[in-house]
Write a protein that binds this ligand. Structure first.
Ligand SMILES: *Cc1c(COP(=O)(O)O)cnc(C)c1O
Length: 381
């Protein structure tokens, strides 16, 4: 995907109709999974987090590609994401649900072969009661809170489980899980403090597999790897080690069509709120992309598009369905209605867009809209 190849739209009916094209490189996704996997020793399993529609790229296709790369364990946030993923993957791969046990939904887990991450003592007891009821120990994970104060058993609950192991009889404990607050900041003191706390809890819990590392924590070193790692965002091309060169390749390219180009003859303002004044001979391209497509409004007068590799800054406000670019520096032949501008691409990867928008790559990806023509690239299979 070279920057210069971006000017012309693919010649299919869907592409001709579409205002924007989202290309998702499933081979790049697989490469990123292998890069994460190569960071850990042979005995460590690399799972994949595909919650929130695989961070916007589409969970079914992402998970199928990752499975073909060798991934056997998937995490999502909600039961419904799990049910959908199970039907995309069929039997076989393990599907774990981060957000825990929903009261009364126990059968949905067993029916679809989903493993709940139990996040409180109440959930542990409820799952145990359910297992007793069906007369069979059923797989579950336990999340212990080591400093995130979000989900997971709190200290006093952990102590209760340790003091009275009966809490864990009649259930089949698969993973003991915890989550770091600041893994992308290598030197953050929470990393080692949470690691020590996790290790301490594991020493007192019944034997189970342990998992601590998200994407960034994989790069903190082998002591963070335990039995299973759970990368998410790095699989989708976001840099897990900010400040250092990105070891991941880009998965997503977002190109939007130029709808109109005008050359300003008398200085005048552009867009809502009249926040940009175009000078005489400035060329303005109006492009089919807006905040309804996940192009954040904070990119008003801040975003940077590329057309055939040439810079085209966003000028004026991002509106619901449109943005305006200053294309004065772009050769006119690359800048005609129907031609494409890269909003996320080789020159402006997800992390750059996030920085300009004042957010994180996670939010850029999970905001990606539903109006694009989506193209999945998958040369390997
Ligand atoms: C989302 C999530 C992950 C993946 O985190 P990344 O930073 O995207 O790699 C791992 N574990 C838990 C508990 C999560 O919620």
């Amino acid at each position: 995907m070279s920057g210069l190849a971006s000017a012309a739209a693919p010649n299919t009916p869907e592409a001709r109709r579409a205002g924007a094209i989202l290309s998702i490189d499933l081979d790049a996704l697989k490469t990123n999974w292998r890069t994460c996997n190569a960071q850990t020793a042979d005995g460590v399993e690399t799972a994949a987090v595909v919650k929130a529609a695989a961070y916007g790229i589409g969970a079914d296709r992402a998970a199928q590609a990752l499975r073909s790369a060798g991934c056997k364990t998937f995490f999502v946030a909600t039961i419904d994401e799990g049910i959908r993923l199970r039907s995309a993957l069929g039997d076989g791969p393990a599907v774990h649900i981060f957000n825990g046990l929903m009261d009364g939904a126990e059968r949905d887990y067993t029916h679809h072969g989903l493993t709940p991450v139990l996040n409180s003592l109440g959930e542990v007891d409820a799952w145990r009661a359910f297992c007793t009821g069906v007369g069979e120990p059923l797989a579950c994970d336990i999340h212990v809170d080591t400093g995130m104060s979000r989900l997971g058993l709190e200290n006093d609950e952990i102590q209760k489980v340790i003091n009275d192991p009966d809490h864990l009889t009649h259930l089949k404990l698969d993973l003991i899980l915890s989550h770091l607050t600041s893994s992308e900041v290598t030197s953050h003191p929470d990393n080692s403090a949470q690691l020590a706390r996790f290790q301490h809890v594991l020493n007192h819990m019944p034997p189970a597999r342990a998992t601590l590392a998200n994407s960034s924590a994989i790069f903190l070193g082998p002591e963070y790897h335990f039995d299973v790692t759970r990368p998410g965002v790095a699989l989708y091309g976001v840099n897990p080690i900010p400040g250092q060169p990105n070891p991941m390749v880009q998965v997503v390219r977002l190109q939007a069509k130029i709808l109109q180009v005008r050359t300003i003859d008398t200085p005048q303002t552009v867009g809502y709120g009249a926040t940009h004044t175009a000078q005489r001979l400035e060329r303005i391209a109006t492009v089919s992309m807006g905040y309804a497509d996940g192009y954040h409004r904070s990119l008003s007068n801040a975003g940077m598009a590329y057309i055939g590799g040439h810079k085209a800054p966003v000028v004026g406000r991002v509106s619901m369905d449109l943005i305006t670019l200053d294309v004065s520096a772009v050769p006119e032949e690359l800048c005609r209605p129907g031609m494409l501008a890269d909003l996320i691409g080789p020159n402006n990867p997800v992390d750059d867009v996030a920085e300009r928008a004042g957010t994180v790559g996670y939010e850029i990806l999970t905001s990606l809209g539903s109006r694009f023509h989506r193209v999945y690239l998958n040369k390997e299979t």
